[in-house]
Write a protein that binds this ligand. Structure first.
Ligand code: AMP
Length: 421
């Protein structure tokens, strides 16, 4: 075959007669003009990744030589999958009679809406790597997936998301201010589990900081953040500068009503208008189908849910549970500011919430009594200065400051649902 390229496909099945399905798929491949199947690796079993409980997979890889373009080869794979009974469109991580993935196409790296080469999760999956090794692929010399794409310009981010839309992808958005930790990673994981494409944003939003807050000091470990997002498998990182987001004379704000009042809204004038404005801008740019936020910032989530409803964004807002350190402290980018003594004292926020929850579970429903309990737990920790302890809508919220040894104050917030675990 002249001008042929060597390509590798992953084959997998966990429904029906798995071996027969794989054999049938290879048989169909052999009959495609412009495709010459050269070798099939040994098949081996693997545990399913994600999704509902389901049967084990049988996996392998195929080496072929082809004169078809990558997109034509992809279309062939999809036609064979359909032919052998895989429904289209199909959800992620569903059981399937056959799965044909285009893993490698010569040395090509490609990022289009419907095809990414090498396969973006190739190097994370032993069930793909093993058969490739068996076929003698030198993985160290193989091209690396172009993940994640780093985008600085708003117009470029919008264009990327449009290309994803055109490809019929679901798009998960994970907005962050960087200084990423396992809490942020859990948001990305939730997005990966249900969306075809995931974009994370890193933007320390000046609109949501008051004049005397920590905007200038906010940690910005950009390289480490990118590495974490790459590890978690995001497809794109949007990291604009202030000018790119707000331009020269940006003057508009979205103000949200009752949800933004009290608690953080009272302690941080203008904070939620800043949050609502940046989130709305990101929604317009990214046009996500899903957006992921942490329950750790409970009032912020209420503001965003209200904004989404009021402005009619057709976006599913996903609430992700708070990720905590083993001693109960909610992970936060601001925890790095704490002195060792304050860090040791900071789990008092979680203890106060847990104490109030226990009272709730014991039948206490008087908000004042519950708040007094929480306040008393915080008061017993001399390093913590209480800002508020509020019980509303079956949820307890707390904010406290730690003054530190050098006089630098760190303010932490936390909250807990009282009526569920
Ligand atoms: P930030 O970078 O602080 O603006 O946070 C970005 C997103 O991560 C927000 O939706 C936060 O609620 C979420 N987040 C922050 N900390 C945690 C945590 N400990 N667990 C889960 N989500 C979190």
């Amino acid at each position: 075959m002249s001008r042929a390229v060597v390509a590798y496909l992953g084959v997998g099945a966990n429904l029906g007669d798995r071996e027969a399905n794989i054999a049938a798929s290879i048989d169909r491949l052999r009959r495609v003009p412009g495709v010459e199947v050269e070798a099939l690796s040994p098949l081996h079993e693997s545990e399913p990744v994600g999704g509902a409980p389901q049967a084990r997979f049988l996996n392998g890889a195929v080496r072929l030589r082809t004169s078809l373009s990558p997109h034509a080869l992809l279309a062939i794979c999809q036609a064979i999958e359909r032919d052998l009974g895989r429904p289209t469109p199909h959800g992620r991580n569903q059981p399937r009679p056959i799965d044909l993935d285009l893993l490698l196409y010569g040395d090509l790296t490609l990022d289009s809406s419907d095809l990414q080469l090498p396969h973006p999760r190739l190097f994370d999956r032993e069930f793909v790597l093993r058969p490739l090794r068996a076929l003698g692929v030198d993985l160290a010399a193989a091209p690396r997936p172009v993940r994640p794409v780093l985008v600085r310009a708003a117009s470029e981010f919008a264009a990327l998301s449009s290309s994803w839309w055109r490809g019929g992808c679901t798009i998960g958005l994970v907005p962050t201010m960087g200084a990423l930790h396992a809490g942020h990673a859990s948001l990305v994981q939730a997005a990966r589990a249900e969306c075809d494409r995931v974009a994370a944003t890193i933007f320390v939003n000046p609109l949501q900081f008051g004049p005397h807050e920590d905007l200038a000091l906010y940690p910005r470990p950009f390289a480490a953040d990118l590495a974490l997002l790459a590890r978690e498998g995001v497809d794109a990182v949007f990291a604009p500068d202030d000018h790119e987001m707000y331009g020269e004379r940006f003057a508009s704000r979205i103000s949200v009503g009752a949800e933004a009042e009290g608690m953080e809204g009272a302690a941080r004038a203008g904070h939620f208008a800043g949050v609502a404005t940046v989130v709305a801008k990101l929604f317009v740019l990214a046009r996500p189908t899903h957006a992921y936020f942490g329950e750790k910032d409970g009032q912020q989530l209420e503001v965003i849910e209200r904004l989404t409803l009021d402005l009619g964004f057709a976006i599913a807002i996903r609430r992700c549970p708070t990720v905590r350190a083993p001693d109960g402290l909610a992970l936060s980018s601001r925890n790095v500011y704490l002195s060792p003594a304050d860090r040791a004292a900071a789990p008092v926020l979680h203890r106060a919430l847990a104490d109030v929850k226990q009272a709730w579970v014991g039948g206490e429903r008087d908000a004042d009594a519950l708040e007094r309990r929480g306040q008393a737990v915080i008061a017993a920790e001399p390093r913590a200065k209480l800002d508020y302890f509020v019980v509303r809508d079956a949820r307890a919220f707390v904010a406290a400051r730690f003054v530190g040894d050098g006089g630098k104050t760190t303010r932490l917030i936390d909250n807990m649902p009282l009526d569920r675990s």
